[in-house]
Design a protein around this ligand. Structure first.
Ligand code: ADP
Ligand code: MG
Length: 274
């Protein structure tokens, strides 16, 4: 780091929603890939024992691979688990193996159990020369200690909301957890971004859900909505994001636009901090 400039501190966003199937993983990996195509350096932390983010990024995550479980439970330095994504220069990922399924319980008796990811990430960022701009953390569909670890390590929460009937149900619980973490563990934490996913503009219901979410969260909702598209759901089976698998598809274009909005948020936030 040249003298006189402070080391670059990345934005750290936790992608959370305790509902399964709302687009957390899809949004994590596609925003990551889209940010990389905007010239950003990005680190993805896979905190879901399913390892879907690792799969979509083409990263091995069978048992025995150094993973986030070993970082959280065994104190492995995060840098040992981080690997470069084969198809996406500028994108790194720390994978999850199925071992992580046990972490929810194994974390309980550990010292500083809510801070283990934060400590590992801080240590890694301080020593790494990667110069990340953004860290994205893909959470499991629960509000347990893994999600709390992600929220403690981040300053922002990005909530993907699926545009369907039960979209807002359960959101109160999630917002309450953010508030609890903010008050007790991490005062920087806030919900910075809402992303509407799997939007089908032909249905009145999707439009209504989108309107309700915008009424409630106003400017925190990205203007870009992610359309429902088969290409988005096909991409992971090729170990790819839709951004690389089919760059001209509606899903890829939407994630790239959403990523540009995220980048503009950064500019605005830095402006405000001056
Ligand atoms: P979560 O991580 O919240 O459980 P996922 O990102 O895994 O959710 O998405 C759930 C399922 O929906 C996956 O099969 C994924 O491929 C599919 N999916 C996600 N976003 C879209 C989309 N925009 N269009 C079509 N299918 C999608
Ligand atoms: Mg997921």
């Amino acid at each position: 780091v040249p003298r006189g400039t402070s080391p670059r501190v990345p934005r750290v966003l936790t992608v959370a929603n305790q509902k399964g199937g709302v687009g957390k993983t899809t949004s994590t990996v596609n925003l990551a890939a889209a940010l990389v195509s905007e010239g950003k350096r990005v680190l993805v932390l896979d905190l879901d024992p399913q390892g879907n983010a690792s799969t979509a990024l083409g990263i091995e995550h069978h048992r025995g691979v150094e993973d986030v479980y070993q970082v959280l439970i065994e104190g492995l330095p995060l840098g040992k688990a981080v690997v470069a994504c084969p198809d996406l220069p500028g994108l790194d990922c720390a994978p999850a193996t199925i071992d992580l399924a046990g972490a929810e319980i194994e974390l309980v008796p550990l010292v500083a159990r809510e801070f283990r990811l934060r400590k590992a990430l801080e240590t890694y960022l301080a020593s790494s020369a990667e110069g990340y701009d953004v860290v994205l953390i893909d959470c499991p569909p629960s509000l347990g200690l893994l999600t709390v670890n992600a929220m403690t390590a981040a300053s922002e929460v990005l909530i993907p909301i699926q545009c369907e009937y039960y979209a807002l149900e359960g959101l109160q619980q999630l917002l309450q957890l953010v508030e609890l973490v903010q008050q007790n563990l991490n005062e920087r934490l806030h919900v910075s971004t809402i992303l509407l996913t799997m939007y089908d503009g032909r249905t009145r219901l999707a439009q209504q859900v989108a309107e309700d979410v915008r009424a409630h969260f106003s400017e925190r909702v990205l203007r870009t909505v992610i359309p429902r598209s088969v290409r988005v759901s096909e991409a992971p089976s090729y170990g790819q994001t839709v951004v690389t698998y089919d760059p001209s598809s509606s899903g890829a274009l939407a994630y790239r636009e959403a990523a540009r909005e995220l980048v503009r948020q950064t500019a605005t936030t830095q402006e405000a901090a001056r």
